[in-house]
Design a protein around this ligand. Sequence first.
Ligand code: WQD
Length: 338
Amino acid sequence: MKILVTGGLGFIGSHTVVELQNKGYDVVIIDDLSNASIEVLDGIESITGKRPEFVELDLRDKHLVYEFFKSNKDLDGIIHFAASKAVGESMQNPMKYYENNFFSLINVLSAMQEYGLDKIIFSSSCTVYGQGKVMPIKENESVKPALSPYGNTKQVGEEIIIDLAKVYPLNAILLRYFNPIGAHESVMIGESPLGVPYNLIPYITQTAVGVREFLSIYGDDYDTPDGTCVRDYIHVVDLADAHVRALARLVNKENTDQIEAFNVGNGQGYSVLELVHSFERVSGIKLNYKIVDRRPGDVDKAWADNTKAREVLGWKPTKTLDDMLDSAWKWEQKVRNS
Ligand code: WQD
């Protein structure tokens, strides 16, 4: 089976490619290298012994996308990760998010329709729920206005897929991630944001290793036990496993609806301060941090009800918070010492 993974050199994409190869799939990666480095290919190969086929391509270019699909009509499925994905950045640069996330998705879907491909796993997000009122969040939680352009691109992305499926026999699984963190146990791949990290964990590990002077904690006046935001952190390898299971469901034609959505989260929320203190315990390092103003676009709290993924995909999270933080810390130290 040959699977296209767009954004396959990215954080979640690369970990998913490893799990796909471990399950015997042939993988072709498309990535524009805007937020990933080509060395990730070496990391994947060092883990699995197989170097995925790689095509550097900007998915916003419709002509290039059609040319690729025209010569890859034998694809058995597509996992579409390629997107910009930082909530905070999307508030500052919405047009980058709308252009990249919409043009890329639309070109992939149009090419699928053009060349008769009908199976896609869409990298969606818990941000489609906006500020969910009821915790834990279930898949049938009413979709509320997203609080960020990033979240909006995922909400509308799901709607585009749903509308296409009404006129074309598309089969899609929408995986709504919560907060992916951590790194592969081999320490050969991990989260490597280019430039200043927007996400919490890479900022914590870069502060611990001395690359950043201190962590800014964005607000401690939220409606949460310690006032800092609560999130559901999920190990990236557990998240990758959910993709392999979802793909199998489509290629084996086990899906009962054209469109199925699953929350992929641990089912437990931790506050920013709880994360900081857990990291200090796991690493043995006192973290330098300051409480600053809230970051626009953040929701107070979000954690998953993952019952549907457990019951339908047979998926479950296997890593503890300490496992996640320890793997992220080991990766940061490896990156800084290599
Ligand atoms: C987490 C918490 C910040 C940085 C992520 C992904 C997004 C989506 C949802 C998949 C927030 C706080 C952060 C910092 C801080 N997942 N923080 N100081 O915004 O929940 O979104 O999960 O689609 O793609 O980005 O993650 O790591 O940016 O923030 O205090 O320097 O940490 O305010 O409360 P977020 P995050």
